[in-house]
Design a protein around this ligand. Structure first.
Ligand SMILES: [Zn+2]
Length: 244
């Protein structure tokens, strides 16, 4: 049953501001939807890409890909844009990402990290001596990132002696590469699925264009010159790397 009268009093004494913002936001969403918006996808979905992104509230998946139609991008997100989950001590490809690949004809994966990532920062702090953050539900996901960070810090690609924010941004890109490689090497992901790695920049780390998703991994290719050679000229400005 739908309420048809205004209710101002909370039944539990809580401030209702957030709830009313949600209701107001959805009302605006309903108002702005074009006629027939869901008609092509009401009974099925065939998103061309699954975009796996950090859950950070500053990294809007549908916004960054300028998605205007429903059913075009499958959008899982988690702490640190991780493509895996731990299953009985073994890393497996996470189901929220595997589902569209297995069931909806999805052709490509975009792994999207972002500048100033709190998850990568936390894993970097653990790798350099801090305790895992509590509670376990958070600590588990940071812990899964720690080996990636340790491997990155030991590699020649990262300047481990640079100031922490610089190291973290290099590790963000390194993590995107590791996640992308994990997918490409997994037997759960068919070979015909393309895997692209991006870093979403809103700190001016890669360039001075806020909101640009820099292509750092083109299905296994990480050298920017080589990536740039294989995209139209108009997209060359979106190819950049902190590592190569
Ligand atoms: Zn993040």
């Amino acid at each position: 049953m739908c309420a048809d009268r205004e209710r101002n009093d909370s039944h539990d004494g809580r401030d209702r501001t957030v709830l009313y913002e949600l209701l107001e936001g959805n009302a605006a969403h309903v108002e702005e939807l074009p006629a027939g918006y869901f008609d092509p996808v009401r009974d099925e979905q065939h998103p061309s890409v699954v975009s796996i992104c950090c859950s950070d509230s500053r990294v809007p998946q549908e916004g960054m890909w300028h998605t205007e139609r429903p059913g075009t991008v499958f959008t899982p997100s988690n702490i640190g844009n991780q493509v895996w989950d731990d299953h009985e001590g073994e890393k497996i490809v996470d189901g929220s990402l595997l589902y569209p690949i297995a069931n909806t004809g999805t052709e490509a994966v975009a792994v999207v990290g972002h500048t100033g990532c709190g998850a990568v920062t936390a894993a970097y702090q653990v790798a350099t001596g801090s305790d895992l953050p509590a509670p376990t539900g958070i600590g588990k996901w940071v812990e899964l990132l720690v080996p990636v960070i340790e491997e990155g810090l030991e590699s020649d690609l990262i300047d481990a002696d640079a100031p922490a924010p610089t190291v973290v941004n290099q590790l963000v890109e390194y993590n995107v590469d590791v996640q992308a490689s994990f997918l490409r090497e997994s037997s759960d992901v068919p070979e015909e699925i393309a895997v692209y790695g991006f870093v979403y920049d809103f700190h001016g780390v890669y360039g001075n264009v806020a909101g640009r998703a820099y292509l750092v991994n083109d299905n296994g290719v990480t050298e920017p010159d080589e990536i740039a050679d294989n995209v139209p000229e108009e997209f060359e400005a979106a190819v950049c790397s902190l590592l190569y």
